[in-house]
Design a binder for this molecule. Sequence first.
Ligand code: CDP
Length: 229
Amino acid sequence: MGIIIAIDGPAGSGKSTTARLVADQLGYVYIDTGAMYRAVTLAAIRRGIAFTNRALGVLVKTINIQLEQSPNGQRTLLDGIDVSKEIRMPEITKHVSEVSASPEVREAMVHEQRRIGKKGGVVMDGRDIGTVVFPHADLKVFMTASIDIRAERRAEELQSKGIVTSASDIAIEIEERDNLDSNRATSPLIKAPDARILDTTSLSLQEQSDMIKNWAMEIINKTSNNKDI
Ligand code: CDP
């Protein structure tokens, strides 16, 4: 049991690191929905499939994407094989927004995300969690940060994985992706009206995860008090 925490926001706003920390602290499961769209993109590229809604719609019916919890975090399996590393490669990042704009792909992923999260006790991050996947989530957070800081964070993250890049190149890439994600017709990246905004530009990881954890604890305590009455 437990509540549903939805965290949305643009690339590099700190969603995944923060969401993972909050989930650990609450004893919840962390679900990185972006990994699912990345896995579909990897499958499409490997099979040489065009990024059209029709072709992608057929593809998602023939592949199996699983998110597995391991001591080192979430593992993403594509047809039973761990692709957690491959889905972070620049080639996937470059095309993922095109693939995730497909309504057929979204329908299949949202269906699975609801199945995983409906029992609660989850922190789920993505672009449409508070608007489409769980519009009645108990806590909704929309994370943002300045483009410079988002690009810096992402460049550092990639460099730590041995991928050489510059913050200015990353800034161009994430702005392009944010643009595509925010302007697509099906479930665009948008703040849910009842989401709390968390601007992480000048916050530390600890500060931002404490903020979310405190909001969550207020809701958890309220829910259990109501049950006692
Ligand atoms: O980690 P980063 O913010 O770079 O991206 P991600 O969370 O791995 O998501 C990769 C891409 O998947 C996004 O740019 C979106 O195009 C798509 N996505 C989506 O459409 N809906 C979600 N719920 C999650 C990701």
